[in-house]
Every structure is written in C-alpha cells, then in structure tokens.
Design a protein around this ligand. Structure first.
Ligand SMILES: [Fe+2]
Length: 190
C-alpha cells in the first residue's frame, strides 16, 4: 500500500491538471500556491498540509467536475476531509471540512471580503448556502477548527495566480509526515 505522501502526490499529479473550478489555474497549482502562502506566513505544519490538500475532494470524484456550472454543490470539503481522516490528524481535516463555511462566515464578519472573491467563488457561495446571518457566524466561529479554516480560506482565495512560481509537491513531504495520525505508525516512513 502506498504511504500517505506518495498517495497524495500521485492523486495531485494524476488528476491535478484539471482546472480549478472556473479559475485559470490547475488544481495542482492551486494546492501548491495555497501551501506556499501558508508556509510564507509562518503557519504550523498542520495548516500548511491543510492548505496543500484542501480541495482534494474535487479530485476524488470524477463526476463532480463542473458541478458548480450545473448548479450543484458536490460538498468537496466533506468528501475530502473524510478521505484524509484515514491518515491525517483532526487538526488537518477539520480546517479542510470548514473551509467552505469559512467563506460564508467571512462574507458576513468581514466588511469588504465579498469584494475580493472571484466570480467563480461568488457563484459557488450561493450554491453553498450564501452568507451566514450574524448569529450563525458567531456560533460557527466557536467550533473547533473554525479559526484555522478562516486562515486557510485567505490562502485559498489568493492562490489563483497564473504567473506564480512555487515549490513542488516534494517540498511538503516532511510537513505531511509530521501530521499523520500517531496511531497509524505503520504508515510513516521508517
Ligand atoms: Fe480552494
């Protein structure tokens, strides 16, 4: 069985060439740019890995491609978090699980945030339930992982630069191996 780093790299290298939603960058570029932004801002390993893998749900379900164009929400955040939870600690998967809700939160909690969203993000926001009410935003932010998801969301929103040159997947091997579940030591490199 493939070890987690090799498995993640293969998923991105085999399926990551598809365009990221309706943006101009590929899924692989989007993940690598998100991780590079996280690393540059001094984020801990679990958030760098969450940034790298946050949209893996888009790559797991072939039928989901173009779902937003068809007016559907394929819940890529839950599907990705559930898949990754076989190997990764909760601090990684919870940030991923909440990264879509973080957009609904920020639109309400942060004046001006909605204006920086790309047209594709605005379109998917509606499919994802739209902005939270003030009470929903307050309750949501109290959940474990919510603050991490808000940080992840900012890198996600910025990681759509067609001209960015960033490190490749190999640069994240150590970060990935440092946030695996401790009860699955057989999955770690020896
Ligand atoms: Fe994303």
């Amino acid at each position: 069985m493939e070890k987690p780093f090799e498995l993640m790299r293969d998923i991105y290298e085999n399926g990551g060439g598809q365009l990221y939603d309706a943006e101009a960058v590929t899924q692989l570029q989007h993940g690598l740019q998100s991780a590079a932004l996280a690393e540059r801002s001094g984020a801990p390993s679990h958030l760098i890995v969450a940034a790298l893998l946050h949209d893996i749900g888009h790559l797991l379900n072939g039928d989901e491609r173009g779902a937003a164009e068809r007016g559907e929400d394929a819940l890529h955040e839950s599907c990705g978090a559930a898949f990754l939870s076989r190997w990764f600690r909760d601090e990684v998967t919870e940030a991923i699980r909440h990264h879509v809700a973080a957009k609904r939160y920020l639109v309400t909690a942060e004046p001006g945030y909605a204006e920086i969203l790309s047209p594709a993000s605005v379109r998917s926001l509606e499919l994802q339930g739209g902005a939270f009410s003030a009470a929903e935003a307050e309750a949501w932010y109290r959940q474990p992982g919510a603050a991490d998801a808000v940080e992840l969301r900012r890198w996600d929103d910025a990681a759509k630069d067609v001209a960015a040159v960033v490190p490749g997947f190999e640069a994240y091997k150590e970060h990935i191996e440092s946030v695996l579940k401790l009860d699955r030591p057989e999955l770690k490199e020896t």
